[in-house]
Design a protein around this ligand. Structure first.
Ligand code: ATP
Ligand code: MG
Length: 196
């Protein structure tokens, strides 16, 4: 069985994440996509809302898609979330699964900085997807890392969680930039400064 892991801070989850996951599923014949929110990402600011709220937002986003699941291990584990730690545990728990890890073009360029990237590259295949303004190529990567990355084009979506947070904070609409159910949850819970 082939499973794609869609990792991220998801602060909040948005339609760029949804299209990335669906594009990877479709292009590589993945049976399921497991969305995995990180607790504290290694190379970024801590998330703006709690792990519980970010999990709830992901749950809302994937609600109507039986191929999309949620994996809460990193939030439950707490601390800084290193992908290698989670993948070791996943492969022990699910030895029959062939894991893919889905990333946007910005993360492709960043791979050499990931903890234990050489081991990670042996354990799984990365799927790198296009993101506006960022070249999607493997030229800058060491060849043994590049060998573990497959690339796929997706319709470029100029949405980021940063954009959503900035728009929400300044009172601009985020409706239709995130799945409808995510929008409803954000409004209901008054996350990111959005007022009902
Ligand atoms: P932030 O602005 O807070 O960094 P983000 O939009 O980049 O948020 P992340 O949670 O950091 O979202 O991203 C999770 C994964 O999804 C990363 O691999 C990222 O490259 C990818 N991704 C996010 N948005 C897009 C998009 N619009 N198109 C393609 N990939 C994306
Ligand atoms: Mg990001």
């Amino acid at each position: 069985m082939k499973v794609g892991i869609m990792g991220g801070t998801f602060d909040p989850i948005h339609n760029g994440h949804m299209v990335a996951a669906e594009t990877a599923r479709d292009a590589f014949g993945l049976e399921e996509i497991w969305f995995m929110p990180s607790h504290i990402p290694p190379h970024k600011h801590a998330a703006g809302v709690s792990g519980e709220d970010r999990l709830a937002l992901v749950r809302e986003a994937i609600r109507n898609n039986s191929a999309f699941r949620i994996l809460d291990w990193e939030i439950v584990r707490g601390g800084v979330s290193y992908t290698i730690d989670t993948i070791r545990m996943l492969q022990e728990r699910y030895p029959e699964v062939e894991f893919y890890f889905i990333i946007g073009a910005d993360m492709v360029q960043y791979l050499p900085k990931w903890k234990d990237i050489d081991e990670l590259a042996r354990r799984l295949t990365f799927i790198g997807l296009s993101r506006p303004g960022i070249p999607l190529d493997l030229g800058a990567l060491p060849s043994h890392i590049a060998a573990s990355v497959r690339l796929a084009e997706m319709p470029e979506i100029g949405i980021s969680s940063t954009l959503i947070r900035e728009r929400a904070a300044s009172g601009r609409s985020i409706r239709y930039l995130v799945p409808e159910a995510v929008y409803d949850y954000v409004v209901r819970s008054e996350l990111y400064g959005v007022q009902p």
